[in-house]
Design a protein around this ligand. Structure first.
Ligand code: CAA
Ligand code: FAD
Length: 380
């Protein structure tokens, strides 16, 4: 076991840190207020290779490993989790799925553009009646020979408004249950595909989240990814990798709040001394530091499992469960350390606290991570 980052990993981390400081920090409060994330910043992330981090260079990707992905996610999330969720969805849920399960034609047509940031992707599993209970898909895709006819509603879709390519999960044969589910590539602009209004959210407000409606959308058969009936397993395998990215996002949010709170506690005076000299504050900082370190190792472990070709279904669930709990707990403590200043927007910690909450909800709630973990540890 080697706990040191390689020189290459340090360079990647520093590049993401510089980008976050120089490009994401200016305007982050305004973007949160206006619920907006400009296309120019997405393009810059694409130019830096952040939208196809793990994709093979022959498809336009950066060819990096999962550890690099985690480092980039953490650095971006320290400053702006709305930026990092764009990176996470595009990398883990869209590019990964296409590269691992797509045909060569699908890769040439879509992955090459998604990996460079020319296209942005969205992953559409959740529905009004199928969130945690993801096998209860109501969206249908009826086989018509050379095409499918897609009908249904997807909600909570990240990048829903800005994406060019949507991976849509749908039921093709209800009698087969989860084995009668497929995943399809749907392009923006296909007839019958409608994008609903943007959700007004608690956190990650720069990220656009939409309901999508599919009314008799004609999807060519060559747009189905993988073998017939493999869509649910596709979604689950893809989400295992996605959960590593969201766990890294949670670590970034937590450590962003910790770094701000530490600095503030060394400057702010009360009762004749800097507040870090009060043990109640010093112990909060010690808890933050140690919990973040512990969760970060779990995230690295899951990333390492994936890079080694080992199974990462459980290690990614453990990492997400612990990292998201740490993020919620310690962003709240950071607000406490800032006192009244923590409650206003200029000091950033209130936004980090609001952003932390989503990491316990999306890509499987904390309760769902416990289902994944408990099923694994209790099975004979
Ligand atoms: N890999 C491969 N196959 C898997 C699998 C995995 N990780 N997990 C399950 N499967 C297979 C099962 O083996 C089973 O197949 P068999 O019948 O052949 O055994 C089939 O899939 C159905 O699995 P389950 O019986 O375990 O299904 P379930 O109904 O009990 O649900 C669940 C399992 C883990 C709770 C799953 O529904 C789940 O993960 N729910 C949460 C959904 C979720 O995470 N949504 C996130 C949406 S995307 C998002 O949120 C993005 C964003 O915000 C940015
Ligand atoms: P429900 O499933 O209704 O759950 C409600 C509560 O019940 C939760 O606390 C849950 O943990 C609990 N619960 C449910 N079942 C069980 C059980 N068996 N045991 C114990 N507790 C249980 N989805 C996508 O497909 N693509 C996206 O890009 C995407 N982006 C998102 C962005 C945002 C900002 C948000 C808010 C959501 C996004 N989602 C996306 C959807 C997200 O994955 C779901 O919200 C999540 O999976 C939970 O589903 P639900 O909201 O329907 O809650």
């Amino acid at each position: 076991m080697n706990f040191n980052l390689s020189e290459e990993h340090k360079m990647i981390r520093d590049a993401a840190r510089d980008f976050a400081q120089n490009e994401l920090l200016p305007g982050v409060i305004e973007r949160d207020e206006k619920q907006h994330f400009p296309d120019e910043l997405v393009k810059k992330m694409g130019d830096l290779g952040f939208l196809g981090i793990m994709v093979d260079p022959k498809y336009g990707g950066s060819g990096m490993d999962t550890i690099s992905y985690v480092l980039i996610m953490e650095e971006l999330s320290k400053i702006d989790a709305s930026a990092s969720v764009i990176v996470s969805v595009n990398n883990s849920l869209v590019c990964y799925g296409l590269e691992a399960y797509g045909t060569e034609e699908q890769k040439q047509k879509y992955l090459t553009k998604l990996a460079t940031g020319e296209f942005v992707g969205a992953f559409c599993l959740s529905e009004p009646e199928a969130g945690s209970d993801a096998t209860s898909q109501k969206t249908t895709a009826i086989d018509k020979g050379d095409h499918y006819i897609l009908n249904g509603t997807k909600n909570w879709i990240t990048n829903g408004g800005r994406a060019d390519v949507y991976l849509v999960i749908a039921q093709t044969d209800r009698d087969k249950g989860s084995h009668g589910i497929n995943v399809f590539i749907v392009e923006k602009g296909m007839e019958g595909f409608h994008i609903g209004p943007k959700e007004n959210k608690l956190g990650i407000r720069g990220s656009d989240t939409h309901t999508l409606q599919f009314n008799d959308v004609k999807v060519p058969k060559e747009n189905r990814i993988g073998d017939d009936g493999s869509g649910f397993r596709f979604a689950m395998k893809t989400l295992s990798g996605g959960r590593i990215g969201i766990a890294a996002q949670a670590i970034g949010i937590a450590s962003g709040a910790y770094e701000l709170a530490l600095k503030y506690s060394k400057e702010r005076k009360a009762f004749g001394t800097e507040i870090c000299n009060h043990q109640a504050i010093a112990f909060k900082l010690a808890d933050m530091y140690s919990d973040i370190e512990a969760a970060r190792y779990l995230v690295m472990r899951a990333a390492w499992d994936k890079d080694q070709g080992a199974n990462y279904d459980v290690s990614s669930a453990v990492a997400k469960l612990q990292a998201s709990k740490t993020a919620m707990q310690h962003t709240t403590e950071a607000v406490q350390i800032f006192g009244g200043n923590g409650f206003v927007k200029d000091y950033h910690v209130e936004r980090l606290m609001r952003d932390a909450k989503i990491t316990q909800i999306y890509e499987g709630t904390s309760e769902i991570q416990k289902i994944v973990i408990s099923r694994s540890i209790t099975k004979n």
